[in-house]
Design a protein around this ligand. Structure first.
Ligand code: HH2
Length: 311
């Protein structure tokens, strides 16, 4: 039997994102697919494939057909330096990031107006230019730790902002961090990020515990097992677990993880855990499989919610 659906949030309106005039309902039982579109030469899973805007447009079109509602366009990889990923991603300056993402955002906004476009950046100037080019929301993997430019840009354009938990500099594996209680510590850090975003004028904030990003497999599993704790922040929860090393470690071992191409079913298991815990947006490389998986999962959750309602 599936666990009971997460409780209805106290402030339901906060769970309907206003994506610059387009509503995205992230309330109980909803689960939307965010397809990953890395316009980078060095992302760990799809690097180099979509640098050309027409290839990126093609990929975006395919992801929408497969069931993505959001497309997350990023011009800088967060791939950390380390055993699993080699030298790590090269740092990219804001001008290069703009050169990569703006033509892609412009092309998708013009040709695929049904897409909700997210720009994956922690640079205020990139966020601002991407929103001017037609993006609908901003995904900041530093959770405003390196500055509040993305929040100011999102506030100016009336766009939602995703604040993800991470430590250290993007692209660098943070030094092992001793969490006192990983769920409590990440939640406290996200609460601070939400407060910063709202102080900068952002109306809709989405929180993300940031799977990976220097956390151990055990820490990631602990976060996943307690996704409902993040729902307690009263904001929609986004998760990005797709093909990550924790999946590889569980399917294989920490020393011999399952290959990145062999992590789909494991990723879907983690996705189920997150969505049953209340996550409403799932960032993934495998859009078709995830969308079908979520259709069945959310249909089951709806059935359960209906029975609970009449009891
Ligand atoms: N994970 C990655 C990048 N961006 N954004 C959010 N909000 N949540 C995540 O978990 C997240 C993220 C890392 O994955 P990927 O995009 O595949 O790799 P790369 O950083 O190399 O582009």
């Amino acid at each position: 039997m599936s666990p009971p659906p997460p409780a209805r949030p106290a402030d339901a309106a906060r769970f309907v994102l206003d994506c610059r005039g387009r509503a995205l309902d992230c309330g109980p039982g909803r689960a939307h697919v965010m397809g990953i579109l890395n316009v980078t030469p060095d992302s760990f899973s799809d690097g180099g494939r979509h640098l050309d805007p027409s290839a990126a447009l093609h990929r975006a079109e395919a992801m929408l057909e497969e069931g993505a509602v959001l497309i997350d366009v990023g011009g800088e990889s967060t791939r950390p330096r380390g055993k699993a990923y080699g030298a790590g991603a090269a740092a990219v300056d804001a001008d290069e990031e703009k050169r990569r993402v703006l033509p892609v955002i412009e092309a998708i906004a013009a040709r695929l107006p049904e897409a909700l476009l997210s720009v994956h950046t922690y640079e205020g100037g990139v966020a601002e230019a991407a929103l001017a080019a037609g993006a609908h929301l901003v995904n900041d993997v530093t959770g405003l730790r390196l500055g509040e430019g993305t929040a100011r840009a999102a506030a100016h354009y009336g766009a939602p902002l995703v604040v993800m938990h991470s430590l250290g500099q993007p692209g660098e594996m943070p030094h092992a961090h001793a969490y006192r209680d990983v769920v409590r510590d990440v939640k406290a850090s996200l609460a601070a990020a939400v407060a910063k975003a709202e102080a900068a004028g952002v109306r809709d904030v989405v929180v993300d515990p940031g799977f990976g990003f220097g956390k151990t497999a055990r820490e990631n599993l602990r976060l996943l097992a307690h996704t409902d704790a993040f729902l307690g922040l009263g904001r929609p929860v986004l998760v990005g677990i797709s093909r990550k090393s924790t999946i590889g470690a569980v399917l294989g071992s920490a020393k011999a993880p399952a290959h990145v191409d062999e992590r789909l079913f494991g990723t879907l298991g983690a996705t189920a855990a997150a969505v049953l815990g209340g996550a409403a947006i799932v960032r993934t490389h495998d859009v078709g499989a995830t969308a079908e998986f979520l259709r069945v999962l959310t249909a089951t959750m709806a059935e359960r919610a209906e029975t609970e309602a009449v009891r």
